[in-house]
Unconditional design. Structure first.
Length: 201
């Protein structure tokens, strides 16, 4: 017997925020003030990761906004799914030594409105980008300078052979070879595309 369709509470489309929208009921306050509260420092772990995703989105020329519940971080206009992992040697807090960079969440559970989270973890992107903020001294740390970032790109089949939910920067370097600059990132991602009929597939 055919099961009845589930009722979905479908959100209506929302235009992208500009930043100058007023927060109703809070005098002289706009969305920019909210952004400054939640993302005051690009050295913070969560914010650094989001900024790395933004850099990748800009590199590939995607027009798709970030979806928090999606199984991957960036999607190109032709459907290439990209997962972005970020790390840095310096943090927003005092350190006794430079951080050892490790990337986690290579395998993750997917989510759907009907089934919730999947039981098994899987590799859910076509290409994985590992972004490293390379500054080792706070005096020169400038997260907005793409010259201070290096990128390593791996196709899903190679990430799958690593057979781990998390890997060190050393493992990534061994698998990917030399890093690429922001200027070369788009071409490198396209070359790693494992989908049939593509440059890398």
């Amino acid at each position: 017997m055919k099961q009845p369709d589930r009722l979905h509470l479908t959100p209506r489309p929302m235009p992208p925020l500009r930043g100058d929208e007023s927060i109703i009921g809070v005098p002289d306050t706009t969305v920019v003030d909210f952004w400054r509260f939640v993302m005051p420092d690009l050295r913070m772990n969560n914010t650094r990761g989001l900024f790395a995703e933004f850099l990748v989105q800009q590199a590939v020329g995607s027009h798709e906004p970030r979806m928090e519940w999606a199984s991957h971080d960036v999607e190109t206009d032709d459907g290439l799914r990209i997962e972005v992992k970020a790390g840095a040697y310096l943090q927003a807090w005092k350190q006794c030594a430079l951080s050892q960079i490790r990337f986690s969440g290579l395998r993750a559970r997917t989510w759907s409105p009907d089934g919730g989270y999947s039981e098994a973890k899987s590799h859910n992107a076509d290409v994985y980008v590992f972004a490293v903020q390379t500054a080792r001294e706070h005096a020169v740390y400038e997260p907005l300078d793409t010259a201070q970032w290096e990128f390593y790109v791996l196709p899903r089949p190679v990430v799958a052979t690593l057979d781990s939910d998390s890997v060190s920067l050393g493992v990534v370097r061994a698998a990917a070879g030399p890093s690429v600059s922001f200027a070369a990132l788009s071409d490198c991602i396209r070359s790693a595309d494992p989908r049939p009929g593509t440059t890398g597939g």
